[in-house]
Design a protein around this ligand. Structure first.
Ligand SMILES: Nc1nc2c(c(=O)[nH]1)N[C@H]1C(S)=C(S)[C@@H](COP(=O)(O)O)O[C@H]1N2
Ligand SMILES: [Mo]
Length: 198
């Protein structure tokens, strides 16, 4: 089967490197905990809940069977490094949202991760065509420390919004700060507007 390869529109911007960033060759692993366990994908469930018509729950197997895309996207960390053209593969978040049917009052999401990390973003970013839930990186299952079994990739925002080890997406009416947002990081985090901190 032919797989669609999508190049993030951010890679094609004239100001491709956002202000205050420099290119490095590979992403640096950042985690809020020292150890990440080898998650059991037999027990793993991915959930969409909160302000949706159809709350969703999927096994890992079901996620792997969904229509998928290959995405090539630059990656921008708020600590001022950027990496060109990371190649991911996974399910577009717009596909998942169309199944979940957000209620009209849903405006923001909280992304929940297996080790306890959270991050918030405006719901509209999950309708962007280059926002995906990735299970492959450079053609192989995502390495544990890069987000196995499932990671959000949102190229239009700083990398702290690209949550690793995702188990859930919660749709909300009011914006709520996630882990780094409670510690001074921006509620949106657009790299081209340098929305780094408050
Ligand atoms: N679950 C989880 N996701 C996370 C983080 C984290 O600590 N936990 N760190 C974020 C930050 S600050 C960055 S820069 C990127 C780094 O991605 P990498 O570890 O795959 O290089 O992951 C983001 N996603
Ligand atoms: Mo980061």
């Amino acid at each position: 089967m032919e797989k669609k390869t999508l190049v993030s529109s951010t890679n094609l911007r004239e100001d491709r490197l956002p202000p205050g960033q420099r290119w490095i060759s590979a992403p640096i692993v950042y985690d809020i905990v020292d150890e990440i366990p080898q998650w059991d994908t037999e027990k793993y469930r991915f959930m969409v809940f909160g302000l949706v018509e159809n709350p969703l729950e999927f096994s890992y197997e079901e996620i792997l069977k969904m229509p998928s895309v290959e995405l090539v996207a630059d990656f921008h960390c708020v600590t001022r490094w950027s990496v060109k053209e990371i190649r991911w593969e996974g399910v577009q978040t717009s596909y998942i949202l169309n199944l979940a049917k957000p209620k009209p009052q849903a405006k923001y999401v909280m992304v929940h991760c297996l080790e306890g990390y959270t991050t918030n973003l405006p719901l509209e970013y999950l309708y962007e065509e280059d926002s995906i839930l990735a299970y492959k990186m450079y053609g192989k299952p995502i390495p544990l420390r890069h987000g196995y079994p499932l990671r959000l990739v949102v190229p239009k925002l700083y990398a702290w919004k690209s949550a690793k080890y995702v188990w859930g997406i919660e749709l909300m009416e009011e914006d709520m700060p996630g882990f780094w947002e409670q510690r001074g990081y921006n509620m949106r985090g657009d790299p081209w507007k340098e929305e780094r901190y408050w």
